[in-house]
Design a protein around this ligand. Sequence first.
Ligand code: CA
Length: 472
Amino acid sequence: MNFQLSVLRGLPLPCQLSLPRGKRPVFIASFARRWRGREDPDAATANHPPCGGDARQGRGGQRGAFTLAIIAFILSALASFTPAAAAQIDDQFRVWLKSDLWPEARKRGISQKTFDAAFAGIKPNLKLPDLVMPGTRPKTPKKQHQAEFGSPGNYFGPLGSVTAGARARTARNARTLAAIEKRFGVPGEVVLAIWGRESGFGTAKIPYNAFEVLGTKAFMATRKEMFRNEVLAALEIVERGLADAKSMKSSWAGALGQPQFMPSKYLRHAVDFDGDGHPDIWNSTPDTLASIANYLAHYGWVKGRDWGFEVTVPAGVSCALEGPDRGRKIADWAAMGIRRVGGKPFPAAEMRAEGFLLMPAGRNGPAFIVTPNFYVLKEYNQSDLYALFIAHGADRIAYGDRSFAGQWGKVDELYRSDIAAMQRGLEKVGYDVGGADGLPGFKTRRSIGDWQAKNGRAATCFPDRGLVEAMR
Ligand SMILES: [Ca+2]
């Protein structure tokens, strides 16, 4: 039943059958055939479109029966239609595998044996999010599937379980973590925080077959090309004997194992650290922890540098100065009046090095001076809040629980489509928002601040309803 409903969610209703013939998806055509099959002049539904404004309702007492007949018809049509539609998508998927994906896989050195093993019994999983039914157009998502760009303060809810879970595992993994820090230069608490955040230290269920998820998404997701590369990388993992196809479990987004690596990241960064020759990020804790550290090392983790510091920013320093491309010596930020919270000075070695202003909620939340290591954390997940969660969580694991000194203010709840519209408005008047994607990243935040200052408003560097309205 769930399966049928999930198929139906993505389907146009019968009133949308009048697509141009060339663009009509196969399964809609089949629905149309069935619909036409019911066009009996004697039936209550005769000449009556299933929805739309042309319903002739002049039949008085027949109206109730008419409505019931419509409902009965739709229910029976849907009941018989759904499995057929699903079967047609399955067929299209098999054709795509054979005639589209397989030739490219073969060119990349994947054997028939590997390909067949990976896709044996695999059907598209139509319950996955962000799918585009064959022959239809993607819709702009209104709801946020992932929490990273929601209300900033809410993001830190799971911090307690991550820090407690990490502390409970520190002693048990102390030798491994020390060996990892020695080899990769990444502190154990950072690795633990990522492990906890990504998979609850390996306790989270990672239930999907990676080939089902990646195959479905490469076939029919909004970002097909990205997933096509990932499914090919997943095939390479099997081809090289690093993992077998059936044990490659992933999230609904196709991220593998306890560190939640996409397959291409696995190929580049997963390492064997327990000595059995296989980088097993599904079952081996040493492999999982070392692979996380190796990932960060590859992206340039600077050994011996902190990730950053919470600070206070004087009113005279613009929030629009934030961003990884606007670095200054931390001593220069200090000279502008920026201070660490709690009264400690910046460490002397850090004062001489480069730092960056970070204000994830603009003037509406805590502020930070971060180091390049913060941006290495963002390579794991392109969200300031994610990186801050890991960084702050690592501090708590190492130094004990403490909260941010700054308060996360209340922010207007906005849909991504609202923010995207505001971003397009800013783009129209010449601001760089890093792409109108509905996500308030640093380019959007500082462009907001610059626009506000130029238009005589208080610079908050964060989207709000008033701004969305002003940009319409
Ligand atoms: Ca291993």
